[in-house]
Design a protein around this ligand. Structure first.
Ligand code: TXA
Ligand code: MG
Length: 326
């Protein structure tokens, strides 16, 4: 059910959930300080309460409302990438809802780079908890239509068009190590890369010593995640891709494939094929929309030609590997 920005502000203030566009994926938003509203997020998504939520805020100055300390290292990262597709995990103030943090001592924060999300945060004056607006373990939505297909017509959604980044934010934790210095580590890969964080902080990602006493908690990073309903097979070798498709057809099964334009042109394919270009940015932008479309064909198998294993493709490979984990 599509609603306007003004209606969304009122609904959120009443403690309801509203699906909203961000630059990464659509989020299922609720007032981050209202425990009853937060519970509605978990029940709507059918998400276990052990998996914490990201808090969306309007600007960097609001971080201090949520954390015990906002160290210079985290400030550097926030100023470099906000508003944008990056989430910071910091030590939470004790009064932050345990429903939000799933009982952890940390809280995840992000300033999204989307005019509707920002207008909503400013007009409501709220901080908004928002996980991706899909059922637990399913594909994230990048359009309002994906939200309605996944969560049902009864969910109020603001239509902000297709998301530009297309995959979920990078999640970076800033923490005090055993050496009592501040360190950072990447908890979830996204379109802001480890290399970009290294450049901005002039500091390598934490390894070994700094981590030994630091409890490594990455909830929600299940293998089975971001999955279409159709079994998805990720294939490195083009010859094998051809073989697999032919095997499927010979067994009288329908299948579909996602491949690079170049590969597509090399053969005549006996199945539905969608293509994406060899640009990681463009591929990420359209990945979920293509997977949603192929999933809707109700075929027996989805075959995906694996992208190169180079740095810029790592967040995409991560999503595809999880999607292929059956
Ligand atoms: O791009 C995004 O991040 C989107 C948009 C809507 O902002 N949100 C999103 O939320 O992807 P969700 O809930 O689908 O994924 C958030 C991830 C989960 O894996 C969760 O476990 C992790 O963030 N997370 C949240 N709070 C955390 C914390 N305190 N410590 C570690 N991980 C945390
Ligand atoms: Mg999600």
């Amino acid at each position: 059910m599509q609603i306007s920005l003004e209606e969304a502000v009122l609904a959120l203030k009443r403690g309801e959930v509203v699906a909203i566009p961000t630059e990464t994926v659509y989020g299922l938003a609720a007032d981050a300080t209202n425990p009853e509203a937060l519970k509605k997020i978990y029940t709507t998504k059918e998400r276990p309460q052990t998996n914490p939520l990201i808090v969306h805020i309007a600007e960097v100055s609001q971080v201090k409302n949520w954390v015990t300390e906002f160290p210079p290292l985290a400030q550097k990262i926030a100023h470099a990438f906000w508003p944008g597709p990056l989430t910071l995990v910091l030590d939470a103030k004790p009064e932050v809802s345990r429903i939000l943090t799933a009982g952890q001592s940390t809280v995840a924060l992000r300033v999204p780079n989307h005019p509707i999300a920002l207008a909503l945060l400013q007009k409501s004056g709220l901080a908004l908890a928002a996980p991706s607006a899909n059922k637990y373990t399913q594909l994230s939505p990048t359009t309002a239509a994906h939200v309605e297909a996944g969560l049902g017509q009864a969910i109020p959604v603001i239509d902000g068009g297709a998301c530009k980044v297309g995959i979920e934010s990078s999640i970076v934790q800033v923490f005090k190590g055993e050496d009592v210095e501040w360190h950072w580590r990447m908890l979830r890969k996204g379109m802001v890369s480890t290399e970009q964080i290294e450049q901005v902080t002039q500091m390598a990602e934490a390894t070994g010593d700094a981590l030994t006493t630091q409890k490594i908690q990455v909830p929600g990073q299940h293998h089975l995640h971001y999955s279409p309903r159709t079994p998805l097979v990720l294939i490195d070798d083009k010859k094998i891709l051809v073989q697999k498709i032919n095997q499927c057809i010979n067994a009288h099964q329908r299948c579909a494939a996602l491949m690079f334009e170049k590969t597509f042109q090399e053969h005549t394919w006996p199945c539905t094929v969608k293509t994406l270009p060899e640009s990681a940015e463009v591929y990420a932008e359209h990945l979920y929309a293509v997977l949603h479309a192929l999933d809707a064909l109700n075929v027996a198998q989805l075959f995906v030609e694996s992208p190169p294993k180079t740095v810029s493709w790592l967040p995409i490979l991560d999503r595809l590997q999880r999607a292929s984990h059956q």
